[in-house]
Design a protein around this ligand. Sequence first.
Ligand code: GCV
Length: 721
Amino acid sequence: MKKHVLSSLGLFLLLLSVINHSYAEDGYRLWLRYDQVQDPAKLKAYRQAIQEVVVPGNSPTLSVAQQELKMGLSGLLGKPVPVSQKPSQRNTLVAGTPASSALIKDLGLGDKLKTVGDEGYLLLTANKKGKKYTVIAANTDIGVLYGSYHFLRLLQTQQDISKLSLASAPKTKHRVLNHWDNLDRTVERGYAGFSLWDWHKLPTYIDQRYIDYARANASIGINGTVLTNVNANALVLTEEYLKKVKALADAFRPYGLKVYLTARFSAPIEIGGLETADPLDPKVQAWWKKKSDEIYSYIPDFGGFLVKANSEGQPGPQNYGRSHADGANMLADAVAPHGGIVMWRAFVYSNEEPEDRAKQAYNEFKPLDGQFRDNVMVQVKNGAIDFQPREPFHPLFGAMPKTPIMMEFQITQEYLGQATNLVYLAPMWEEVLDEDTYAEGEGSTVAKVIDGTLNGHRLTGMAGVANIGTDRNWTGHQFGQANWYAFGRMAWNPYLSSEEIAEEWIKMTFSNQEELVEKLEDMMLNSHETLVNYMTPLGLHHIMGWSHHYGPGPWIKDKHRADWTSVYYHRADEKGIGFDRTKTGSNAVAQYFPPVAEKYGNVEKTPEKYLLWFHHLPWDYKVKSGRTLWDEMALRYQGGVDSVRQMQQTWNALEGKIDPERFKHVQTFLEIQEQEAEWWRDAVLLYFQTFSKRPLPEGVEKPEHTLEYYMQLDPKFVPGI
Ligand code: GCV
């Protein structure tokens, strides 16, 4: 047995507690709960179908698959399931590759296996010599592990496994968590405690959390993790830290999880003693090559670098008059001999630039299309501003056909209620992935840009800014786990619906009980719209509290950067509200392909959810409901509050059907959410009322305090800064 894989004793204890249900229900187990199947008929069928588990081979990854199947099945079936190297029962579960398992080789799955590639798998039912086999087959060990998790999921969600014939392969190659974790263990925009990486005790102490983190990621197909903040610290590239990074990489490897680091562009100066970091300087190039060689000497499968350059004060190639392509290519050349990649972020905007912030990344990057090395992906946030509660898709999707574009979603809820608001993010991500860019004519969806099919790219990927920390439940809010889960599932398959992902997660995390699944699914699926309503309805954006982005702050102005103020974005005055991005304004709409540009450029055709994103409109403008813009806005804010109360009612009615610990946790967090929704509604409406000079329409509750009261609120020590 390999060092960092679950020890036999650990496994035994875990098994015992799975069987006895002796866990504290604190959410630590995530969706990997493996409690006994409740439906008696299903339980009987599963027990009959799986009398033993056979996972021949002892590679670290196959050992993990074997242990996970043993633990999972023993829990789900409510009795220990024997594990053997050779089938001895009538009904056997076999997992392996044609190389690791003679039985799988004999099944002659060659052609079928070809379709699932390096990370995919087949789940099949097969009969041979009077025996029945449930088969998890793959070309690689990691495929076997992914297939094992999928198989366990089938039982956790009580699916029929009697006639399996299923193939699955990831649609994107790099499915990567981005941790904005600092070396001092604070987490930028992290709301679930401190960083998981205990640098001080590394490399010697391997926390069990690292293993459980890797398990959770593997179970949803995440295959990479960037350990450090994009606002990078060069220290992580020093020998002292590389040894620690190696220890993490070793712990994660059996789970197929590769390690990446953020590269601080000025590292050659800060830790290399050079006078410049100019990417065209041969000494700088040589420094990065040598540094990369050193990293690979510790971590032979190191994934590569993620870079934030010339953005929000970070150094970059433009400090030397070079382009983003020059910078990315220099790093790409350094890691290329080792098979590494560079993920270069397109999140750039400058305070000095008078241009609409929403236009700047496109202006900067589009001309560079075709100039990047083959091992570079440009990582683009879903929207052009910054992970707002709702944004139209970023115009760079589809605009750089010669460049692999990687999606960056934010799992952590920086602008979406942080860790105390229940917001299931998958519907928002689905909304973006489904959008048609029209880049290559109708049907050129963002999902097709991301999975590479639109322009024939094989280097593909999706990044998610992690919401994970040292909190026992990992994500602060129990329902935050659903966003981690959904990110992995969507990175594997960007065409999955948020609905099916929610259903899986609920069944695995809470229960298969129909009424409960229905109610929680309803809550989750409406939660994003609910938040948008009480924070930024009708296309409003970036009106949160200064710097920490907690709570409302539409009055924020006169700061050192105009593009970090709220008034820059809402542009409210006595005539109306909204950012004119049509040709009478910044003309950001022109960055989209014609049908989209036309839609967003025409107020009649613009979906109401983006109205004030693209248009400045009078307070009396008539919206689709027939109401004035002011009345509609006020009623949306009230609607958001009402929907939170509805969520509370739904949740409260589930008392007794959910374990008391998690029930109470979510119940109290929903109370916080209600208070925050009311705060948003009252503060924003009172502020905008100073311009609209109109009364609140009937149905909107009277604000509890004055505008002055809300404006002087100054929450201290908000986490995540
Ligand atoms: C890591 C926003 C966040 C920053 C973050 C930045 C980025 O501006 O507020 O905390 O920095 O995005 O994505 O680089």
